[in-house]
Design a protein around this ligand. Structure first.
Ligand SMILES: [Zn+2]
Length: 152
């Protein structure tokens, strides 16, 4: 997972930057061409990006569009089965829905505030408001239904 990289378009000059996915979320990434900061909260990555309790507010509540948040545990078999589905859907919905994941073994504050008590749990936000939720590793078609319901 640490070796995964993502393509991020610079909002300033439009250059496409390839960044390690784990670096991109730290808020310090800059464009290789013009050195402008690449603000994660304004962008839709083409795959799920890790967030933490500390970045949740900026990445999810402060985001102007739809966000899918996966609360997961690395030890959870259902999460491991769901991961490739989420990767695939993040790519299919790139530019439309932002996908983020929160490891609740490392960061449990937001999860417990939100009443998450199992993994995987998916929360759907739109413009900072929790609008939908799914518990468990549901089939792809069901996720698509929820994602379609997020738009508009
Ligand atoms: Zn740039």
């Amino acid at each position: 997972m640490a070796a995964e990289s993502i393509i991020v378009s610079c909002p300033h000059c439009g250059a496409k930057n390839r960044l390690p996915a784990n670096r991109w979320g730290d808020g310090r990434a800059v464009c290789g061409r013009c050195k402008s900061p690449l603000p994660p909260s304004r962008l839709y990555p083409d795959r799920p990006v890790r967030i933490t309790d500390n970045t949740f507010a900026g990445e999810v509540l402060g985001f102007e569009g739809p966000v899918l948040v996966e609360f997961f545990s690395p030890r959870c078999g259902h999460c491991q089965r769901l991961a490739p589905v989420l990767y695939d859907l993040a790519s299919a919905y790139a530019g439309k829905v932002k996908f983020v994941t929160l490891d609740i073994d490392q960061d449990h504050m937001i999860a417990s505030q939100q009443g998450v008590n199992g993994t995987p749990t998916l929360f759907f936000y739109n413009r900072g408001r929790l609008v939908d939720r799914v518990v468990g590793a549901v089939p792809r078609e069901e996720l698509v239904r929820h994602l379609e319901g997020l738009k508009g």
